[in-house]
Design a binder for this molecule. Structure first.
Ligand SMILES: NC(=O)c1ccc[n+]([C@@H]2O[C@H](COP(=O)([O-])OP(=O)(O)OC[C@H]3O[C@@H](n4cnc5c(N)ncnc54)[C@H](O)[C@@H]3O)[C@@H](O)[C@H]2O)c1
Ligand SMILES: [Zn+2]
Length: 384
């Protein structure tokens, strides 16, 4: 038996900037060229239609940026404007369209795909890029709170299929990530709030001090005060990046997925509501549920569970939802999310719970009675 063994060093810059397409801002140029400064680089640009609606001059700015840096950069095709939001992850035709366009533009493995948009479009374009020529150089410019603090800085992409969230997808580290905070100013209130769920999540499992900061700054965050939002995005991104770099399992080969605290219920609620609930809105409900459950199991002080629910509400989340009351075959349908969560990962069911704010632990089974009680608590007007 020969044991084949090698390891691959992964490295990509995550740049925080503002006004990324100002011709005088060299951050994007650097992100694209610093590894091979002598070359002229081809890029295929995709823009989220929701973003373009809020920034009508964006296509012109992309053209101007590439013109201004034409010794180093070249557009491989006209920038493509594609619909963003969860709908793009439910449309397999979009992936085929992108593959065809990459092929028509003669995109090769040294070309870049630049995606400006929300987490959903990043996931879909990232999947198309990872599967064309077995992997193009993906440069993400996430334009939502969630995109900049979580999905955009990580190593995953994916689309939904067969009624299952993220059924198709790959692990594919990006070439670079450029977070332009100025894009966040045009987000709808709903998306501003939704993106903060992942901040609360990562604070709960990793960083009690950050939770305290979120709690103390909840009014500024609710008002989307720029300095507070900038800190939330940066700290959340740092915590996600640190986990990926140091957990020893960046490509999630084990059964545990600690960053998915609250996500078993969230993913189920997203599909049960036909994705009418935003990912972050569903995550907030999932966080509240698993916090109440952690308290119900005697792991977390009840006062902490109450604080968590209060903070989520204070940030603007609604923790009650009619889908939580839907029963199928004698039990709440959302509980099917447990089996689906296990299936997505393989191996043994592994749930992350809390034993304190900032301190997580893993369990492998669920007490139905306590879970039902936690669900009832969550959906009652009394909340926690
Ligand atoms: N790959 C991962 O590791 C990972 C992690 C977490 C979440 N996700 C995925 O991310 C997706 C959610 O992403 P999201 O929260 O960014 O929402 P989203 O991508 O659905 O975007 C929400 C809306 O905002 C619009 N938009 C984007 N940028 C805008 C801007 N600057 N101004 C105005 N409108 C703008 C979009 O067109 C869309 O209509 C989910 O599919 C979720 O599963 C992926
Ligand atoms: Zn998430």
């Amino acid at each position: 038996v020969h044991t084949q063994r090698f390891s691959v060093q992964v490295e990509y810059p995550v740049v925080f900037t503002e006004e990324v397409l100002e011709v005088t801002n060299a951050d994007l140029l650097w992100a694209l060229t610093h590894r091979e400064p002598g070359r002229r680089h081809r890029a295929f640009v995709v823009l989220d239609a929701g973003l373009v609606a809020a920034w009508p001059s964006l296509v012109g700015q992309v053209d101007a940026y590439f013109q201004a840096h034409s010794t180093s950069l070249e557009l491989a095709a006209k920038p493509q404007i594609l619909p963003g939001g969860e709908a793009c992850k439910n449309d397999p035709g979009l992936i085929q369209q992108l593959h065809q366009q990459f092929q028509a533009a003669h995109i090769d493995r040294h070309s870049f795909v630049l995606c400006f948009g929300g987490g959903a479009l990043q996931d879909a374009v990232g999947y198309a890029a990872a599967t064309a020529h077995r992997g193009l150089r993906m440069v993400r410019l996430p334009t939502t709170v969630l995109g900049q603090n979580d999905s955009g800085v990580g190593v995953k992409n994916g689309i939904n299929a067969f009624d299952t969230k993220n059924f198709l997808g790959t692990f594919a580290p990006p070439w670079a990530v450029v977070n332009d905070l100025s894009f966040l100013t045009t987000l709808e209130r709903r998306d501003r709030v939704a993106g903060m769920a992942e901040a609360v999540k990562v604070a709960l499992i990793r960083d009690g001090e950050f939770f305290e900061w979120l709690d103390q700054n909840s009014s500024q965050l609710r008002a989307f005060e720029p300095a507070a939002v900038a800190h939330l995005v940066r700290r959340t991104a740092e915590l996600h990046l640190a986990h990926i770099a140091t957990s020893g399992d960046p490509f999630e080969t084990g059964s545990a997925r600690p960053l998915d605290y609250g996500h078993w219920a969230a993913h189920k609620l997203e599909s049960m509501t036909n994705y009418e609930l935003r990912h972050g809105e569903a995550v907030a409900i999932g966080l509240a549920l698993d916090s109440l459950y952690s308290a119900g199991m005697g792991l977390l002080p009840c006062s902490d569970a109450r604080r968590i629910c209060d903070l989520l509400r204070q940030l603007g989340f609604t923790l009650e939802h009619p889908a939580l009351e839907r029963w199928v075959d004698g039990r709440p349908q959302v509980l099917d999310g447990l089996a689906e969560f296990r299936e997505h990962l393989g191996g043994e069911l592994t749930l992350t719970l809390l034993r304190g704010i900032g301190s997580a632990l893993e369990v492998h089974d669920v007490n139905d009675e306590v879970m039902l009680k936690s669900l009832a608590q969550l959906n009652s007007a009394l909340g926690a």
